[in-house]
Design a binder for this molecule. Structure first.
Ligand SMILES: *Cc1c(COP(=O)(O)O)cnc(C)c1O
Length: 460
């Protein structure tokens, strides 16, 4: 008999989680104004809100924490991390920041000005926020195929180079500080970008004199998909693939809380001394001195180990198999999701699953609340609440996709938890025809509203 697959690790510390009753959850979610960000974590059984900062670190990472150097300036931990980043990505300069959005804030302060255009593939919400708060415009040039959740193609997160070219033709290069390629494409469903697309985007950008920024939160998962799905990369190591990906880019921003597998951290890395010098001073005023930039020495140490370990095939393979396993269970139950299964999450197609909820009543949020009520599973809306209002017209931007994201934390839950999640969705689907109404907004922030929005249930 062929032996089944098993994870290449064992578990050294465990953390208790508590189930609850439906009655309790009804009360809690109402008190939370139907915003899952307002729940306290002990009101949640299985937390799929995000894979950001929620991963389990390895014993080697915890050991590195003990040898962190907390010197204000010139800490050994800074140089350790710098060396890891130079080796992995091939960039000369590196600025640590406390997380990904801080990297965006520091870099965009140096590069983005009012009236600018920043094209890319489905800008992540904080990326878009940092562009729009500077009165610049984020233009989404993702391939149209990404909008069809049932279409199964290997690289569904790509940028459409023809759309990108049209942007470069329309606007003068002085107004385009850079193009941002998000790998993997989080908002489109954790879908990867091929090496071919990275290379072609890079060539196009450079022929117009425009730098290419890789928004890199899940760069290692993207490299895994290239290895598994793109011709010519099957026998390459993840580290070789990563090196090639970044040979086409001019700079990167990184949320280390994802593929760095740390609880907090981020960075900028780049080759241009000029941009580095410009960004450096914003790091000092917003984040901290340039050799710690918002991170403790111990955290920089843990990140150096995390980056190294998480660019090994076996580590990534265990994770991606779990996400794919959840996808398989959902297939069995006929639950529609963005196909194929993404790297860090499954994005359930809420429009398909709850067809009776009008678009003004936020189907993806409605599904997230139903899933919580069903089993204490906390998911995240990636739909029209997240899309915010148009900065000019202040109208709601109804997104093409209403997705409820089930983000899987790294090495945190077991396949039994996946089975509970899938069964809960099956149960919600069984009563989907009776779910005809969703929610209305009663209070919202002008930007990044999904974190703090207050909602009210719409009754018949
Ligand atoms: C998470 C994320 C960010 C922002 O990073 P934070 O660490 O949450 O501030 C930026 N881009 C992408 C693609 C992300 O997934």
């Amino acid at each position: 008999m062929k032996l089944p697959y098993a994870e290449p690790y064992r578990i050294k510390a465990v953390e208790a989680i508590k189930p609850s009753t439906r009655r309790q959850r009804e009360k809690w979610i109402k008190e939370a104004h139907y915003n899952l960000f307002n729940l306290s974590s002990d009101q949640v059984f299985i937390d799929l809100l995000t894979d950001s900062g929620t991963g389990s670190m390895t014993d080697n990472q915890w050991a590195a924490i003990m040898t962190g150097d907390e010197s204000y300036a010139g800490a050994k931990s800074f140089f350790t991390l710098k060396k890891t980043i130079q080796t992995l990505f091939g960039f000369e300069y590196f600025i640590p920041t406390h997380q990904g959005r801080a990297a965006e804030n520091v870099l965009f302060s140096a590069l983005v000005k009012e009236g600018d255009i920043v094209p890319g593939n489905s800008h992540f919400d904080t990326t878009k926020g940092h562009i729009e708060s500077r009165k610049a415009t984020a233009l989404d040039c993702t391939i149209d195929e990404a909008k069809d959740t049932q279409l199964e193609i290997p690289f569904k997160g790509e940028v459409d180079v023809n759309k990108l070219k049209a942007v470069f033709e329309k606007y003068p290069k002085e107004r385009i500080p850079f193009c941002v390629l998000t790998i993997t494409n989080n908002s489109a469903g954790g879908q990867p970008v091929s090496m071919k697309n990275i290379r072609e985007t890079s060539e196009l950008c450079h022929s117009y004199g425009i730098p290419l920024l890789l928004d890199s939160a899940r760069f290692a998962e993207n490299a895994y998909f290239i290895k598994k799905r793109e011709a010519g990369y099957g026998s390459k190591t993840i580290k070789q693939i990563v090196k090639e990906m970044y040979s086409y880019a001019d700079m990167m921003t990184m949320s280390a809380k994802k593929d760095g597998v740390v609880n907090m951290g981020g960075f900028i890395a780049l080759n241009s001394k000029e941009v580095y010098e410009a960004a450096k001073r914003y790091c000092i005023s917003y984040e901290g001195f340039i050799t710690y930039g918002g991170m403790a020495g111990r955290d920089m140490n843990a990140l150096a180990v995390g980056l190294d370990e998480n660019t090994e095939f076996e580590t990534l393979d265990a994770r991606m198999r779990q996400v794919a396993y959840l996808g398989k269970l959902l297939d069995r139950y006929g639950v529609p999701y963005q196909r194929p299964a993404g790297g860090h999450a499954i994005f359930v197609d809420a429009k398909k699953m709850l067809p009776n909820v009008p678009k003004e009543e936020f189907a993806a949020q409605t599904l997230a609340v139903e899933l919580y009520l069903e089993a204490g599973v906390r998911a995240c809306e990636i739909g029209s609440i997240l899309a915010d209002r148009d900065p000019v017209t202040r109208e709601n931007r109804y997104s093409d996709l209403e997705l409820t994201r089930l983000a899987i934390a790294r090495r945190v839950y077991t396949d039994n938890h996946m089975a509970v999640i899938a069964a809960a969705l099956k149960n919600v689907m069984a009563r989907a025809d009776k779910i005809t109404h969703g929610y209305r907004i009663v209070e919202e922030a002008p930007i990044l509203r999904h974190f703090t929005v207050k909602l009210e249930k719409i009754e018949e």
